[in-house]
Design a protein around this ligand. Structure first.
Ligand SMILES: C=CC1=C(C)c2cc3[nH]c(cc4nc(cc5[nH]c(cc1n2)c(C)c5CCC(=O)O)C(CCC(=O)O)=C4C)c(C)c3C=C
Ligand SMILES: [Fe+2]
Ligand SMILES: [Fe+2]
Length: 347
């Protein structure tokens, strides 16, 4: 029987340093997130980052935590519940890190008789630290405990016209009544090194702003290309002008160069350029989370206003938007009926 496995990133159990620490340990010890050799990763993560970050992160989580729990988890559950009403197939939700494990979700599907699974990583774009680590983990769990399960993965859907439509329409709704003079597309950053590492041609990705516009098989795994494609397609859908829109990258860790421009520098640049009313959208995430609700909606607003901006609005992620649920339901139901996927890898 066919079934659907949704996987998102995960969250700590509670916004306390005690619970944030093991969550961050699992997250940052992932070799696809901090891709240093294990001995070095252990020193960096356990010897340095985890000495201070859990307390700081817990304070940030406390600011955005809901009665029902972590926004990312609650929103993912709402999305999953709505999807269940639009498909006959069993649907299970797992998280890459934390206690709502992928293994539990696969067990849930198995108990419902599912042996043919459509894996849906809840990320519009491919990055080894998000999409790829989910796929690898699911395949590891399959090998260890569910050898009879067939796994098919929905590719990154960042430019599928139905996704772009749902995203653009939700942005249009979010912008209503807000007289913006610029829209910033702020994507989660990744180290530049990850882009080169994921380039199968070993020469295409130069991260110089030109390679992403030249067709290449490298774009199938090029996060930078994919996010710029999303910006361009939303811009076209909404009929926005070149100068009304820009893209940037948020949430970097210290150390390596990460994809640029950095969102926090952009807040300052845009304010200094005379943009007074800024709308910010965060399409690397399908669900609002710490990185959107705290870093962008709270800190970002503060940074922009401090730099001379006057008004600021964070437009929510797709979350459990009805059109978005309908799009996902169509993709999974088409797969159920035809065994084919409407979302295809890019070149
Ligand atoms: C778009 C998807 C994501 C990519 C790509 C990604 C890469 C990435 N992240 C870190 C480090 C951290 N990310 C943190 C939070 C976080 N990251 C994503 C998504 C992507 N990360 C989400 C949805 C969240 C929010 C989770 C939530 O519970 O709401 C954090 C933890 C919070 C903090 O301490 O700030 C860290 C750390 C790296 C190093 C990386 C790529 C190398
Ligand atoms: Fe992250
Ligand atoms: Fe590129």
């Amino acid at each position: 029987m066919k079934g659907v496995l949704l996987v998102n990133l995960g969250s700590p159990e509670s916004p306390t340093a005690k619970d944030v620490k093991p969550y961050l340990d699992e997250f940052l010890m992932d070799e696809r997130v901090i891709d240093a050799p294990k001995w070095l990763r252990t020193i960096l993560v356990r010897g340095i980052i985890l000495q201070t970050r859990p307390k700081k992160s817990a304070e940030a989580y406390a600011k955005i935590w809901w009665e029902e729990g972590s926004p990312l988890v609650v929103i993912s559950e709402r999305f999953s519940d709505k999807l269940k009403t639009q498909t006959e197939m069993p649907v299970a939700l797992g998280m890459r890190y934390g206690t709502m494990s992928i293994k539990k979700a696969m067990q849930e599907l198995k108990e419902k008789g599912v042996d043919d699974v459509l894996l849906v990583p809840l990320y519009p774009h491919y990055a080894m630290s998000s999409f790829e680590t989910v796929v690898v983990k699911v395949l590891e769990e399959q090998k260890a405990g569910f050898p009879e399960m067939k796994i098919t993965t929905l590719p990154a859907f960042y430019k599928h016209p139905e996704y772009i439509k749902a995203l653009s329409e939700s942005i249009k709704d979010g912008l209503e009544g807000f007289d913006y003079d610029h829209i910033l597309f702020s994507y989660h950053g990744i180290p530049e090194r990850h882009i080169r590492k994921n380039d199968p041609t070993s020469f295409h990705c130069k991260i110089d702003g030109t390679c992403c516009k030249v067709n290449s098989v490298a774009h199938n795994t090029c996060y930078r290309h994919q996010v710029y494609d999303t910006t361009e397609m939303v811009k076209a859908y909404l009929g926005l002008q070149e100068e009304q829109v820009s893209s940037s990258f948020q949430s970097r860790l210290a150390g390596d160069p990460w994809l640029k421009p950095y969102t926090d520098y952009e807040f300052e640049r845009l304010a200094k350029e005379g943009k007074k009313k800024l709308a910010v959208i965060t399409p690397a995430f399908v669900s609002d989370c710490l990185e959107t609700l705290e870093e962008i909606a709270m800190e970002g607003k503060h940074q922009f206003i401090e730099a001379g901006g006057e008004d600021y609005k964070h437009i929510p992620c797709l979350n459990d938007n009805d059109l978005w649920v309908k799009v996902m339901a169509k993709w999974v139901n088409d797969w159920q009926a035809t065994n084919k996927l409407d979302v295809v890898p890019s070149t």
